[in-house]
Design a protein around this ligand. Structure first.
Ligand code: URA
Length: 457
């Protein structure tokens, strides 16, 4: 086999065999195929695409390139929830304890924030004492004893994806359906859960800018998850504005606690309850997602989800006093307000720009090696559709370096638009994607109650 022949085949739009993909991907992972040839291949895929069969093969090759996690010592059906990434997305901190309170074991490996998106591990580490690095046995014990554990990634999960993703990031080849699908699903399949719930984001703060593209991505991932024997479903959810009111690590923990006390903002509460409901269904504790959602709402209202959160924090060494007294969390020493410059309605709070502004405060990382400031970030006072008067605070920027906070403020101004006409508010949960016994995918559009078989590429 020859690397140039494989690149040429893909450049000409021909289909590659599993052997050819394996030769290329594993050769690159081992350092035998150079970056410039892999870059040419990725660009050919970007323009020519891949068939479903090629995508399945690529996913399996990347999954098998490293360790697979064995969760069989954990009792019950383990459900993983994965978000394709967003701004202000703290749903794992809320949906995880809700699902666990309803009897679903939650054994989750999460990532750190990078670029304008946040990561659950950073958020949890803002709680004094919280340990995101547990031995495999402690991880399993915590799930069996407390019902929930969240840790950073251990071992070598899908190292081929790690190397390919780093190259995609700097060669403008991230935004391709097959490459995103194989990247995410190789890691999810290696992580060992029995079922997978995907939260596929759509809007300015997401990879997929349109609903149609998000539905195509979700359908392909759902199909591949089910084909691999893991019950997989997806929700398509809005990421045109930040989720909830807080962006930044300790600020998001504070907000998650408010939601668990059942006094959070509507959007983050609604999405967390829905995600938890689907997890409860996938975990076999409800007969359908609607019953799961009802149970999830019940766990929020009766305080059992908050109790579970306390057990979870304490079990991983965190200070549970945070639940009554959020002053134990780190807080930025410097703050600036962005105020409304005219009367009107907020018609836009661009998720990506707010994510970038939060990154400027120090809350995010530009490279994996950067340290995140766990106390920095942005707290919104308003959402799209709210009416404001000149001088009203739209958001407050927190940090420890006045220059960084000033830079963040300048970015945040670009994110917000105020106009005199009340805007249309995009639906938070747009579609549900699931497949039947024959693994035929259906997209149910929740906001207009229509159903369609999703066309794949
Ligand atoms: N997240 C991933 O892990 N991979 C992608 O390709 C895109 C988002």
């Amino acid at each position: 086999m020859n690397t140039v022949d494989i690149i040429t085949k893909k450049r000409n739009g021909d289909m590659l065999s599993r052997e050819e993909l394996e030769y290329l991907v594993m050769g690159f992972t081992k350092g035998e195929i150079p970056d410039y040839q892999m870059s040419a291949f990725l660009m050919a895929v970007y323009f020519r695409g891949m068939t479903r069969e090629e995508t399945v093969d690529l996913t399996q090759i990347m999954k098998e390139s490293g360790d697979t996690v064995d969760l069989s010592d954990i009792r019950g059906i383990k459900v993983d929830k994965h978000s394709t990434g967003g701004v202000g997305d703290k749903t794992t901190l809320i949906a995880g304890p809700i699902a666990a309170a309803c009897g679903v074991p939650v054994a989750k490996m999460s990532g750190r924030g990078l670029g304008f998106t946040g990561g659950t591990v950073d958020k949890l580490e803002s709680i004094p004492g919280f340990r995101t690095s547990l031995s495999e046995q402690d991880f399993i014990n915590q799930v069996n004893d407390k019902g929930i554990a969240v840790i950073g990634q251990t071992g070598q999960i899908a190292p081929a994806d790690k190397k390919v993703y780093a190259l995609r990031d700097v060669t403008a080849t991230v935004e391709n359906l097959s490459l995103i699908t194989s990247s995410i699903m190789s890691k999810k399949l290696a992580a060992g859960s029995d079922a997978i719930l995907l939260d596929v984001k759509c809007g300015s703060g997401a990879f997929m800018k349109t609903r149609e593209d998000a539905e195509k991505l979700a359908s392909l991932m759902v199909e591949i998850g089910n084909a691999a024997g893991r019950k997989t479903m997806a929700l398509i959810t809005d990421m045109s504005q930040p989720l909830g009111m807080a962006v930044g690590n300790s600020l998001e923990v504070e907000e998650a606690i408010e939601v668990l006390k059942n006094r959070g903002a509507d959007d983050i509460t609604e999405l967390s309850v829905n995600l938890a409901g689907f997890m409860i269904y996938l975990g076999g504790k409800a007969s359908d997602s609607q019953e799961g959602i009802k149970m999830a709402r019940g766990a929020l209202e009766d305080g059992s989800a908050l109790k579970k959160f306390r057990e979870f924090i304490a079990g991983q060494g965190g200070n549970p006093a945070v639940i009554e007294d959020t002053s134990v969390l780190p807080h930025g020493s410097c703050r600036m307000d962005l105020t409304a410059w005219q009367d009107g309605y907020i018609v836009q709070i661009d998720a990506m720009k707010i994510g970038l502004a939060s990154q400027h405060t120090g809350a995010g990382r530009e490279t994996k090696e950067d340290m995140a400031d766990l106390s920095a970030g942005i707290r919104l006072q308003h959402k799209v559709g709210d009416q404001v008067a000149t001088g009203d605070i739209i958001c407050t920027i927190y940090g420890n370096d006045p220059d960084k906070v000033q830079k963040a403020l300048e970015e945040a101004i670009k994110a917000v638009k105020i106009e005199t006409v009340r805007p249309h508010i995009p639906a938070l949960i747009k579609s549900e994607v699931y497949s039947d016994e024959k693994n035929c995918c259906t997209v149910h559009r929740v906001d207009n109650n229509t159903e369609s078989d999703c066309l794949q590429q």
